[in-house]
Design a protein around this ligand. Structure first.
Ligand SMILES: Nc1ncnc2c1ncn2[C@@H]1O[C@H](COP(=O)(O)OP(=O)(O)O)[C@@H](O)[C@H]1O
Ligand SMILES: [Mg+2]
Length: 137
């Protein structure tokens, strides 16, 4: 979770399905932004939509907090009420909409693959653990 980048943001607490929280975190990083700006953009775009989106699955929603421009949350709450959706449903739709409209950028592969050798004459010193960790990273 990113801390506020300016005094004109306020902490908001709601709920989101854990898989969506994870997708949001990963996609924000892939897109070079952060969670608070992604959610802000998603809510803004959702509010501009002319029609209601189909109901999203909010099953298993867990507490979720972020920082939004002061006042955006109150306006969002009113928008949800006037559209007849719960706050969690509105937030879930907003985040899903942001994910849909901000796809993961293609992975750019280097021209030549990089080879890293991990060696040590001794056994049990972490060669495999290190190789697996570096590979995953
Ligand atoms: N940094 C570390 N700290 C604690 N335990 C580690 C660390 N790196 C590896 N281990 C543990 O040490 C054991 C041997 O590691 P492993 O990577 O299999 O060694 P190697 O491939 O060199 O034989 C494993 O149980 C692994 O989980
Ligand atoms: Mg090994």
């Amino acid at each position: 979770m990113t801390s506020p980048d300016a005094a004109d943001r306020e902490k908001v607490v709601s709920k989101l399905p854990p898989a969506l929280q994870q997708a949001l975190k990963v996609r924000a990083a892939q897109r070079g932004t952060d969670i608070q700006h992604a959610v802000e953009a998603g809510i803004t775009a959702w509010r501009r939509l002319g029609a209601n989106l189909p109901a999203a699955d909010t099953g298993g929603a867990k507490p979720f907090a972020t920082f939004l421009p002061t006042g955006q949350w109150d306006e969002f709450r009113e928008a949800c009420a006037s559209r007849g959706v719960s706050l969690i449903q509105g937030l879930t739709q907003s985040v899903l909409f942001w994910l849909d409209t901000n796809p993961a950028p293609g992975v750019v592969r280097p021209e030549h693959p990089k080879r890293i050798i991990i060696c040590n004459q001794k056994g049990g010193v972490g060669k495999t653990a290190l190789a697996a960790g570096v590979g995953e990273a």
